[in-house]
Design a protein around this ligand. Structure first.
Ligand code: ADP
Ligand code: MG
Length: 376
């Protein structure tokens, strides 16, 4: 943690990248991926996978572990960071790295810059790792599969954040411009300013209060609730206007507990204004005031993050990611699949995995980014 070791981005070869991608694929079904499986799906022209894996372990991008009945490799946080950052640099979204500027609840935030030296913000989502222990005692059933899921949880959190940020940006909400994302990393505009929690006084609390409440209502009329609308996720820019950040937990106003989440967001603002600025108002929005004007919630839900088949509804719910993962695809009965290293792969399965590795590498070596523009 702390500094990103980015020197390694230049140092590692495309074969290293392929091996790491193969381990990533293997981790869909294994907590520890057998070396032989990595060799088979990485499918290097001249072999030598084991030597490469050993080197990657030295750089701490992989670890080799011995379990009770099995042993094998798994990606480390750094290994996963490497895959995402390599893809983002290939695309020329990122050209250089700066400092860590924040540690959120479930993320690390860095400044980066593109080729024109425009400073940008990089958010690395880090879900799951620490939460497992909390869940474990309570839910033994899940404990098993969860250890390999940090990768998917982090990825889904980033995907969801990007989808919301894009939909909001396109509707001219004051949010950072989303630039691109890959795996668990989101790249966005760097906000010049600081979180509201650092603001000790404002010239016109009344105006800022109105602006924030209007935002909550505007979001609601679009069909969404921020869900964590507090002084840490409201940035104040150089012109003293709010910029909203941090979207992975956003929910639809059609969610069963929507009113509860809505009221909580409103209460957060009221309590903060009272505590910090001694400001109180009888005027505040209610859930029943909302009037549907847009379908931002369905638009984002359709954009793909909720169709990821390797996710588990209950688990996500437990981790506070209220996703509508479709039931047909969440295979809750085959938890033995995870970390069962005796899983037999047919030649056809292996061919399928090889194709996935190829497709992933192809997309990671893409050099262009789709343009995102506000609809004004
Ligand atoms: P978490 O989900 O972990 O809470 P946040 O998205 O809230 O992460 O970011 C954590 C902190 O990083 C914020 O409080 C803010 O100080 C900083 N930060 C996040 N996004 C940006 C950005 N686009 N520009 C500048 N600072 C940011
Ligand atoms: Mg936050």
């Amino acid at each position: 943690m702390g500094k990103l070791d980015v020197a390694i981005l230049r140092y590692l070869t495309s074969e290293d990248f392929r091996v790491l991608t193969a381990v990533e694929m293997g981790m869909k079904n294994h907590e520890l991926v057998p070396g032989s499986l990595v060799a088979s799906i990485a499918n290097l022209r001249h072999g030598g996978v084991h030597k490469l894996m050993k080197e990657l372990c030295k750089h701490r991008l992989l670890t080799y572990e011995r379990g009770k009945q099995y042993d094998g490799y798994r990606l480390t946080n750094s290994g996963y960071d490497y895959l995402a950052l390599k893809a983002l640099t290939n695309r020329k979204v990122i050209a250089s790295f700066g400092n860590q500027i924040g540690v959120g609840k479930e993320s690390n935030i860095y400044t980066v810059a593109d080729e024109d030296r425009t400073p940008l913000c990089l958010k690395l989502h880090r879900l799951g790792r620490t939460c497992f222990r909390n869940i474990k005692g309570k839910r033994d059933y899940h404990a098993h599969r969860n250890r390999a899921s940090w990768l998917y949880l982090s990825r889904i959190s980033a995907t969801k954040e990007f989808a919301y940020m894009k939909a909001l940006y396109e509707r001219d909400f004051p949010v950072p411009k989303p630039i691109d994302f890959n795996r668990h990393c989101v790249v966005m505009q760097l906000v010049h300013g600081g979180p509201l929690t650092h603001v000790t006084s404002v010239a016109d609390p009344d105006a800022l209060y109105d602006e924030l409440m209007n935002l909550i209502v505007r979001l609601g009329n679009c069909g969404v609730i921020h869900g964590d609308f507090n002084e840490f996720n409201i940035m104040i820019d150089e012109d003293n206007h709010p910029i909203i950040i941090d979207f992975p937990q956003m929910v639809s106003t059609s969610h069963t507990n929507a009113e509860l989440y809505f009221d909580r967001d409103v209460r957060c603002v009221r309590e903060f204004f009272k505590k910090r600025f001694g400001y109180e108002s009888d005027l505040y929005p209610k859930f029943s005031d909302l009037e549907r004007e847009d379908e931002l919630d369905t638009e984002v839900a359709c954009s793909g993050y909720n169709r990821t088949k390797d996710l588990d509804n209950d688990l996500l719910e437990e981790m506070g990611i209220g996703l509508q993962v479709s039931d047909e695809e969440s295979d809750s009965d085959d938890e033995e699949n995870v970390e069962d290293n005796k899983t037999k792969y047919s030649e056809q399965d292996l061919e399928e995995l090889r194709k996935e590795v190829d497709a992933s590498i192809q997309s990671d070596t893409r050099t262009t980014v789709p343009e995102i523009a506000a609809k004004t």
